[in-house]
Design a protein around this ligand. Structure first.
Ligand SMILES: Nc1nc2c(ncn2[C@@H]2O[C@H](COP(=O)(O)OP(=O)(O)OP(=O)(O)O)[C@@H](O)[C@H]2O)c(=O)[nH]1
Ligand SMILES: [Mg+2]
Length: 346
């Protein structure tokens, strides 16, 4: 799963990328090449598990992020940028909300670019699929139906994500790289004195996101980038002095995780405590496969309990005694927050 950071030029995309990836990637500023990196997903539940289970290592879940070049309005590089946007699974649109800014105009110009580009793809695709459908091809007819519904939305200047799509519709949208169907997180890039997003600019972004089937967070990218460079102690001190509970990268990464339709399960042993992202409602063997394909192939059963049981009962022994340690088979649907030990045989 990959998330693309998009937006107009110079709005703070690369700065946000350095914050999300904690400066582990050397970035190219203002280049036409995307920066790629891995963001850890800060997880309060993972931290809390370590209060009850002692392990040598703690490994958070991660998310792949791609920092894309700014969208030049009408520039010749537009197609290169759009090609990158078509390939990612979710979008994170940075909107400038500090200094002199006009978030309404910026969002409108960015989203219009995506809508217009989708229209070009959809119109061509409808023509082609219609010709095949004429010969009685059922799949082609289905594609025509879905694409026509997308077209109706786009003509009303609405993103495709506003439509009600089932799993097979979504697969079609993905295969055509329909950008406005991808989940969108609007990031209001606020100034240092507006970290809670109280300014009119930030409020505009929040309302717009709500009205356009998106989500939003307020982040001060420069501040977050500085925070992410500090070691843990200095970080805590800086956050405390500013009255901030956690770096905004936390809520941001978790919002992206939710938008991508992911949930989290944990493994917790002496060697390591680790958070794993999986598609929501994945069956147990699929979750096992995220750890290793052998565990999926040789899946016997999952021994699991919920993190909340650990937090209330304090130890795995107590969980067992309370009868809360479950043994689940291959048809079990994973629940967000399960702590699991997979038994397998290969
Ligand atoms: N005051 C202030 N300046 C910021 C903030 N975020 C970014 N900047 C500044 O804006 C400039 C552009 O930041 P970048 O992160 O490179 O912007 P970008 O969107 O990646 O730019 P392109 O890739 O060229 O489109 C830099 O000088 C940053 O220091 C912010 O939150 N506050
Ligand atoms: Mg950049």
């Amino acid at each position: 799963m990959e998330c693309g950071i998009i937006g107009l030029q110079g709005v703070g995309k690369t700065t946000l990328f350095t914050a999300l990836t904690a400066h582990k990637v050397a970035v190219q500023i203002g280049s036409m090449k995307p920066n790629m990196g891995i963001a850890s997903i800060p997880d309060p539940r993972l931290t809390k598990i370590t209060e009850f289970i002692v392990a040598q290592k703690v490994i958070p879940a991660t998310l792949q992020v791609v920092d894309l070049p700014g969208v030049p309005s009408g520039g010749s590089n537009l197609n290169t940028v759009l090609a990158h946007i078509r390939n990612v699974d979710a979008l994170c649109q940075v909107v400038k909300c500090y200094d002199d800014c006009d978030p309404a105009a910026d969002i409108s110009s960015m989203d219009s670019e995506l809508i217009v580009a989708d229209m070009v793809v959809v119109e061509g695709a409808i023509d082609k699929a219609s010709r095949t459908a004429k010969h009685g091809d059922k799949d082609a007819q289905k594609r025509v139906d879905v694409l026509s519904r997308v077209n109706t939305l786009l003509e009303e200047e609405k993103p495709a994500r506003e439509g009600a799509w089932d799993v097979s519709d979504k697969a079609i949208l993905k295969s055509y790289g329909i950008m406005t169907s991808k989940p969108m997180l609007y990031v209001a890039n606020v100034s240092e004195d507006d970290v809670n997003g109280g300014s009119n600019a930030a409020k505009y972004v929040a309302t717009y996101a709500q009205e356009n089937a998106g989500k939003s967070v307020a982040v001060c990218a420069t501040l977050e980038s500085e925070i992410s460079e500090l070691d843990k102690d200095d970080q805590a001190e800086m956050l405390g002095s500013m009255g901030i509970r956690e770096p905004a990268v936390g809520p941001l990464a978790r919002a992206l995780n939710t938008l991508l339709g992911l949930s989290t399960f944990y493994t917790a042993g002496e060697k390591e405590i680790r958070a794993w992202p999986i598609p929501k409602d994945a069956p147990a063997p699929q979750a096992a496969g995220v750890i290793h394909s052998d565990i999926e192939r040789g899946f016997i059963r999952a021994e699991c309990y919920h993190v909340d049981d650990l937090f209330s009962l304090s130890s795995e022994k107590a969980i067992k005694e309370a009868g809360k340690l479950r043994s689940e088979g291959k048809n079990y649907t994973m629940q967000d927050g399960d702590v699991v030990n997979f038994l397998f045989n290969v």
